[in-house]
Design a protein. Structure first.
Lengths: 111, 112
């Protein structure tokens, strides 16, 4: 079945540092890939998505590229802010199926 | 545009009791999905409703049941609560079965 594997956290960075959160997936078909963010006490917000191989999703300075050859969708940001501290979830969705999430990676950014 | 709203925000129940969680979909959305998020874990799919019919179910026992109403709001019912049912329950609505999900802030259920 489908699955998503994310790097374990927490990831601890200083403000303005470069961020990478690794995500790899296993899927039977041709899924769409997503990154969701969860701030403390809140639900999930869609951060970015990519629907086919080599697509790059981007939003709020974050970006991720759909790499079919390595089955990866790593999240990157060039300069993190304290306000980026949250839990980040990688997820996939096959057509007419449901979202499958990874376990989440906590990001802590200090001033 | 009103987003997805869930009630209550927090709930404490005793093992063996029953609970009902409620969700109001975003305007125009006819599909509702429910997820269980245990502490430190990613959300796990419980089931999905499309136009008042169950349209997919995850690996959850029958004591987890749901309803979707004509206005597309939804309920999640859990019978015979167990300690492991303690989690954040997330509702998400979408325009249809293949559109992006919009999540509510969840209901935090604690079973003692």
């Amino acid at each position: 079945g489908d699955s998503v594997t994310q790097m374990e956290g927490p990831v601890t960075l200083s403000e303005e540092a470069f961020l990478t959160i690794n995500c790899t997936y296993t899927a039977t078909g041709y899924p769409s890939l997503f990154w969701y963010v969860q701030y403390p006490g809140e639900g999930l917000q869609l951060l970015l998505k990519a629907t086919k191989a080599d697509d790059k999703g981007s939003n709020k300075g974050f970006e991720a590229t759909y790499r079919k050859e390595t089955t990866s969708f790593h999240l990157e940001k060039g300069s993190v802010q304290v306000s980026d501290s949250a839990v980040y979830f990688c997820a996939l969705k096959e057509p007419y199926s449901t979202l499958t999430f990874g376990k989440g990676t906590m990001l802590l950014v200090s001033p | 545009e009103t987003g997805v709203t869930q009630s209550p925000t927090h709930l404490i129940k005793t093992r063996g009791q029953q609970v009902t969680l409620r969700c109001s979909s975003q305007s125009g959305h006819n599909t509702v999905s429910w997820y269980q998020q245990a502490l430190g874990q990613g959300p796990q799919f419980i089931f999905q409703y499309y136009r008042e019919e169950e349209n997919g179910r995850g690996n959850f026992p029958p004591r987890f049941s749901g309803l979707q109403f004509p206005n597309y709001s939804s309920e999640l019912n859990v019978n015979a609560l167990e300690l492991d049912d303690s989690a954040l329950y997330l509702c998400a609505s979408s325009l249809d079965q293949d559109s992006p999900l919009h999540f509510g802030n969840g209901t935090r259920l604690t079973v003692t």
